[in-house]
Write a protein that binds this ligand. Structure first.
Ligand SMILES: Cc1cc2nc3c(=O)[nH]c(=O)nc-3n(C[C@H](O)[C@H](O)[C@H](O)COP(=O)(O)O)c2cc1C
Length: 207
C-alpha cells in the first residue's frame, strides 16, 4: 500500500473484535509514528502503549464514567480495542529547545505562553496521523479519541508527569464490522476543493 492509498482508505474504526494487536506490532507502529517531524527536532512527543484488556480498561476508567459507559452505544465496541496509544506532548521540551542558542532569537524560550502557534500540538497531530496511516498499512482498525475528561486521572494512572499535554488516544484493533456511522460524517460542510486556494483566498461576497 502506498501513502496515497493509505490516505484514501483511512477511516476511524469504533468497533473492535477484542483480539490482541501484538506487542511487537504496536512497538513497530509507534516507532514509525515517531518518524513524524518535530519542531527544531525537539522530540517532545511521547507515545504510551496500553496493551490488552486490563490496560485498555485503565484508559476507559480514567476518561469515562459509569453513566457514560452505560448509555453510550459506542462503548462496547470501543472497549474491545486491542490497544490504546496515548499521544503525549511535553511543552517544556519545546520551550527548552527554543531557548537554546540557535533558536533563542525566536523568543519562544520564554515560556509556553510566548508561542503564537504551540508547535507541540501540531507535532502531536503529525505523530498521530503517522500512526493512523501506519495502522492502515497493517489493515488494523484505529480511532483517534480526544481527551476532554479524566486527563489528570489518566496521567496519574499512567505514572506520567502532570506537565504533559494529553493530545488524545489512538485505539487500535481488529475491526468487527459493526461500526455505528459517525454523525459527523453527515454534517454539511465545505468540500476539499473549496478548501484549496490558489494564489489568493477567495472571500465570501459580504467581505
Ligand atoms: C483532533 C480530532 C479529534 C477527534 N475526536 C474524536 C472523538 O473524541 N471521538 C470520536 O469518536 N472521533 C473523534 N475524531 C474523529 C473524527 O470525528 C473523524 O476523523 C471525522 O468524522 C472524519 O471521519 P473519518 O476519520 O472516518 O474519515 C477526532 C478526530 C480528530 C482529527
Amino acid at each position: 500500500m502506498d501513502v496515497s492509498d493509505a490516505l484514501r482508505r483511512r477511516r476511524m474504526t469504533r468497533s473492535f473484535t477484542g483480539d490482541p494487536v501484538g506487542h511487537d506490532v504496536l512497538d513497530a507502529l509507534c516507532h514509525l509514528a515517531l518518524r513524524a517531524p518535530t519542531a527544531g527536532n525537539a522530540r517532545g512527543i511521547e507515545l504510551l502503549i496500553l496493551d490488552g484488556p486490563d490496560e485498555v480498561a485503565t484508559y476507559f476508567s480514567a476518561t469515562t464514567d459509569e453513566a457514560w459507559r452505560r448509555r453510550s452505544s459506542r462503548f462496547a465496541g470501543l472497549s474491545r480495542a486491542g490497544a490504546v496509544v496515548i499521544v503525549l506532548a511535553d511543552p517544556t521540551t519545546y520551550v527548552d529547545r527554543y531557548g537554546a542558542a540557535d533558536k533563542a532569537s525566536s523568543g519562544l524560550g520564554e515560556g509556553p505562553e510566548a508561542w503564537p502557534v504551540p508547535y507541540w500540538v501540531g507535532d502531536a497531530g503529525a505523530a498521530t496521523m503517522a500512526l493512523l496511516l501506519a495502522c492502515e498499512e497493517q489493515d488494523l482498525g484505529c480511532c483517534f479519541l480526544g481527551a476532554f475528561r479524566g486527563v489528570e486521572q489518566l496521567l496519574d494512572a499512567l505514572g506520567a508527569p502532570a506537565r504533559l499535554l494529553v493530545y488524545g488516544a489512538v485505539l487500535i484493533g481488529i475491526p468487527d464490522g459493526a461500526d455505528h456511522r459517525s454523525a459527523s460524517l453527515d454534517r454539511p460542510g465545505s468540500t476539499r476543493a473549496e478548501r484549496i486556494h490558489h494564489g489568493r483566498m477567495a472571500r465570501p461576497a459580504q467581505d
